[in-house]
Design a protein around this ligand. Structure first.
Ligand code: SF4
Length: 230
């Protein structure tokens, strides 16, 4: 069990899967830089993080719900948690204050782009579900990812395998922060859209970078800058 003071952001699980170095630059060194992707993401999250509840018949939509798991040591704010009226048993539904019946929670995470090839978004969503399960003592079998660019809403089953990956990623996140070291860069296509590219210098900080290669690339970078017109 973690203390409240040791909780790490749920969104960092997504960063860790995207790139360990980026995650460490943010959490260990406190680096942050916006580009058009992150700025748009923050704007869209700002919209969905205003805390409010909406009723639509047998559906309650709760936006901006604060989440935490002391077991996993993570905290965050859910974009949306839907509560569907349910005749399911108490194991997968909860009572809501001032409303009759039982309600089945269903987390929905909004993403600005399109579906990604890795499991980062699924893990982030599953982490939210694990928080809600711990907070409300309920079982959540599924949730959804909503991609703003494509308008696709993809249902995600919280399988044993996904739960296991999420728990392991949360453990790795805490280990990364405890070590307090930024791992070497592993340059790849994802670096092109990374807002921390300038802070990271992936071509200079790769694990295969030798001192002579470092100096060669540094000199080249200086020469390139000198050739750049003001
Ligand atoms: S530039 Fe590449 S290696 Fe560096 S933090 Fe970003 S994604 Fe990771």
């Amino acid at each position: 069990m973690y203390d409240e003071d040791d909780l790490l952001p749920i969104s960092a699980l997504n960063q860790l899967i995207f790139c360990r170095r980026r995650c460490a630059l943010m959490l260990v060194e406190g680096q942050w830089a916006d580009n058009e992707h992150t700025a748009l993401g923050l704007l869209q999250h700002g919209r969905s993080h205003r805390q409010e509840t909406e009723s639509r018949g047998d559906l309650r939509i709760c936006r901006g719900l604060r989440l935490r798991s002391l077991e996993l040591g993570i905290t965050g704010i859910a974009d949306v948690v839907e509560f569907h009226r349910s005749d399911a048993n108490r194991e997968s539904a909860v009572a809501l204050d001032g409303i009759d019946g039982l309600w089945r929670p269903f987390p929905v995470e909004h993403k600005k782009g399109r579906e990604k090839p890795d499991q980062a978004d699924e893990v982030q969503l599953c982490a939210q579900a694990l928080c809600i399960e711990e907070m409300l003592d309920v079982h959540i079998p599924a949730g959804a990812l909503f991609y703003n660019a494509s308008r696709d809403r993809l249902e995600v089953s919280f399988t044993e395998a996904l739960r296991h990956t999420t728990i392991r990623t949360a453990q790795e996140l805490h280990q990364l922060v405890e070590r307090g070291q930024v791992p070497p860069a592993e340059p790849s296509r994802r670096c092109r859209g990374c807002s921390l590219h300038d802070a990271c210098t992936p071509d200079l900080a790769g694990k295969d970078a030798t001192a002579s290669r470092y100096i060669e690339l540094l000199l080249q970078a200086i020469l390139d800058n000198q050739e750049t017109p003001p």
